[in-house]
Design a protein around this ligand. Structure first.
Ligand SMILES: [Zn+2]
Ligand SMILES: [Zn+2]
Length: 250
């Protein structure tokens, strides 16, 4: 990966107290991309072609809707819809053909292993439309670059491993991404130290959170009513965010 490495965003999130610093970068990337695709730049023809082809997933369409720029969203949704209707033309033919072939099969064959096999193609094409998302794609690219930067910093910036060791680890999604990318960009003792440190942080964080969420449930017992909440008030949110990625914002 030959590119300029901007370490500032990673330093910034690692200086904050949170369950997953990479999730903070994820949130920023998501907000920036949702804003971008509702903005002026998306009127550029090359960008428009990509939007029309790929569109957005349910979650990001919702975020764009909630952002309130209805005309901007209407313009891109209109041309994306026209492009999608072309695909729907092919899907309609496939679905009709599949039904006709299935209807024509003798009854014993219809209950065989290949029942409905002809529907796989149109179903796959529809799911492809549903899953395809330009915002998700951009976030994935950004997160890969941030994770690469983190691994680069772990190896080259003398003070970073110490700060990293004081963090609370990562959510499970970013823990997986770190383990996937670490052996590609680190090696030898540095790789071992990184994985050992991160894994220990995960274990400790989950033990701490498990206690915090347990105390949250105990607080609903009238005998504990007057006892202090400690760190448990927002334990449900932090636990959910830790188990997948930061899906519940502050
Ligand atoms: Zn995360
Ligand atoms: Zn998406």
């Amino acid at each position: 990966m030959k590119q300029h490495i901007d370490t500032a965003p990673v330093w910034e999130v690692y200086r904050q107290d949170c369950e997953c610093p990479m999730c903070l970068l994820y949130g920023k990337s998501e907000a920036a991309n949702v804003g971008y695709f509702l903005g002026e730049s998306v009127m550029e023809p090359s960008q428009r072609i990509e939007v029309n082809q790929k569109g957005f997933c349910a979650g990001h369409f919702k975020q764009m809707y909630d952002a309130g720029n209805r005309l901007g969203l209407a313009l891109i949704t209109h041309t994306y819809m026209k492009e999608t209707m072309k695909k729907l033309g092919d899907i309609a033919v496939q679905a009709r053909d599949a039904a006709a072939s299935e209807a024509g099969k003798p009854i014993f064959k219809r209950f065989g292993g290949s029942k409905g096999a002809g529907f796989q193609e149109p179903v796959g094409a529809l799911k492809g439309i549903e899953d395809s998302c330009l915002v998700c794609e951009r976030i994935r690219e950004n997160m890969e670059r941030y994770m690469y930067t983190l691994l680069y910093m772990y190896r080259h910036e003398p003070e970073f491993p110490e700060l990293f060791a004081k963090s609370k680890g990562m959510c499970l999604s970013h823990y997986a991404q770190a383990l996937e990318m670490a052996p590609k960009h680190l090696s030898g003792d540095v790789l071992k130290r990184f994985v050992d440190t991160l894994t220990e942080l995960e274990t400790k964080s989950f033990e701490r959170l498990e206690g915090e969420i347990e105390w949250f449930t105990s607080k609903f017992d009238y005998r504990n009513q007057d006892k202090p909440w400690g760190n448990s008030r927002d334990a449900v949110k932090r636990s959910v965010n830790k188990l997948c990625r930061q899906v519940i914002e502050d």
